[in-house]
Design a protein around this ligand. Structure first.
Ligand code: NAD
Length: 264
């Protein structure tokens, strides 16, 4: 299947590793020109080189910007004024008991997980409407609709993404622009390997034991009963980014290994 992505330009936030990196790689393999992003120049340069290794001759570049800082986003949009495809992927997660989550942490989670996508969409959405083509994709989580008790702040930000996404989609009526959300489930990114380490430490067990325990006790309803590979998420995102997905708009699509016990 030709996904018709040749010649399209894309920006993927938080793409020096994990799901974002896999999305950037898949878009490049399909012929799109991709701008990646991370917090530091060094990490971005390293990831650009790695992507060029995976996809020789790929039109990839990078811009460093920290999404906890509004000014960094402003500078980024000055450097990259317009794109066809925006993937709001940057996100942070950390297990923490509800009573220990401070105001500062709540606000940091909102800045990185919610405001990042809002600020980028506010900038790029009008240009997409003008061209009458564009894709905005939010990377939320199954935690948006099955709030994890070990990180309620994270789940709250992921639910907020569903509102922004659906709300923006309402503004695309009768255009070639779509706005959708993908909800991955537990996925083996670098960030999740770190997460499992933290869970292991808090329970006094090994990371291997924590990984097994995770599906037994924390996510027993998973039908997959393993972490998804980052490519399994990137494949879904790449299709939604493509012109072929034009009849899907305002949707929240699950790629969560059947974890959510629901038929829609
Ligand atoms: P990860 O920690 O492996 O990678 C996160 C990426 O975001 C990195 O490139 C990092 O540099 C970047 N990032 C973090 N904070 C940033 C900031 N302030 N500014 C700019 N970039 C920043 O994470 P991941 O597991 O690949 O997660 C990516 C997205 O997928 C997140 O939005 C996450 O909520 C979502 N998600 C992940 C899982 C999972 O199990 N891995 C499940 C559901 C949803």
């Amino acid at each position: 299947m030709d996904l018709q992505l040749k010649g399209k330009t894309a920006f993927v936030s938080g793409s020096t590793q994990g799901i974002g990196y896999a999305i950037a790689k898949q878009l490049l393999l399909e012929g799109a020109a991709v701008t990646i992003n991370g917090r530091t120049e060094a990490r971005v340069a390293e990831a650009v080189e790695k992507l060029k290794g995976h996809v020789p001759g790929a039109p990839v570049n990078g811009i460093a910007a920290d999404f906890s800082k509004a000014d960094d986003v402003r500078k980024l949009t000055e450097q990259l004024p317009g794109i066809d495809i925006l993937v709001n992927n940057a996100g942070i997660f950390e297990p923490k008991p509800f009573t220990e989550i401070t105001d500062e942490e709540w606000l940091r989670f909102f800045e990185v997980n919610v405001m990042s996508g809002i600020r980028l969409s506010r900038h790029y959405f009008p240009g997409m409407l003008e061209k009458n083509w564009g894709r905005i994709i939010f990377i939320s989580s199954e935690s948006a609709i099955m709030i994890p008790e070990e990180m309620i702040h994270y789940g709250t930000t992921k639910t907020a993404q569903l509102s922004i996404s659906r709300g923006l989609a309402l503004l695309t009526k009768n255009t070639g622009v779509t706005v959708n959300t993908i909800m991955p489930g537990p996925t083996k990114s670098e960030g999740v390997v770190e997460f499992i380490k933290q869970v292991a430490e808090s329970k006094g067990i090994t990371p291997q034991e924590a990984e097994k325990d995770f599906f037994k006790t924390m996510r027993p309803s998973s039908l997959l009963q393993r972490f998804a590979d980052v490519a399994e998420i990137a494949n879904m995102v790449t299709y939604i980014a493509s012109p072929l997905s034009s009849a899907t708009n305002g949707a929240a699509l699950k790629a969560e290994g059947g974890l959510v016990n629901s038929i829609y």
